[in-house]
Write a protein that binds this ligand. Structure first.
Ligand code: 9YT
Length: 128
């Protein structure tokens, strides 16, 4: 069994940041679960455009608020506590935190290895 706490990860190499976001990586490929799980914060006012070409991602909002849309769609969907979005088509998408930091619990399949940050095209490198 694995038992871990957010406080044990803060400030370690499992606490990864990029422009406007911070991802605390609670479960990684090396944990052998077949998925990774992160506690992600999108900073208030940040707008990210990303496309996980090599991963499927589901995000469950637990705090804050924001909006999401696919890049080729006009409709923004609200994201607020207890809303889930799943990028089941590797959808290129835009996510933004509007009135507060947006806190998401995110699952990736295949799992993240640990240090991934978005590449120029908005993707993470394929898992090794
Ligand atoms: C919403 C989103 O995907 N933000 C980037 C961080 C990612 N969720 C991660 O690495 O945990």
């Amino acid at each position: 069994m694995i038992v871990t706490a957010l406080r044990d990860i803060l400030g370690t190499d499992q606490d990864v940041s990029g422009p406007g976001w911070n991802s605390r990586r609670l479960l990684l490929a090396s944990d052998g679960m077949g998925f990774s799980l992160t506690d992600t914060v999108i900073k208030k006012g940040a707008l990210l455009e990303i496309e996980y070409t090599h991963h499927l991602e589901a995000c469950y909002c637990v705090e804050g608020n924001g909006q999401i849309k696919t890049s080729d769609d006009e409709t923004w969907h609200p994201v607020e506590p207890f809303t889930l979005y799943a990028l089941d088509q590797h959808d290129r998408h835009m996510v933004r935190a509007t009135d507060a930091d947006l806190r998401l619990v995110c699952v990736f399949n295949p799992p993240l290895s640990g240090g991934e940050v978005h590449r120029k095209d908005g993707s993470y490198a394929p898992s090794s």
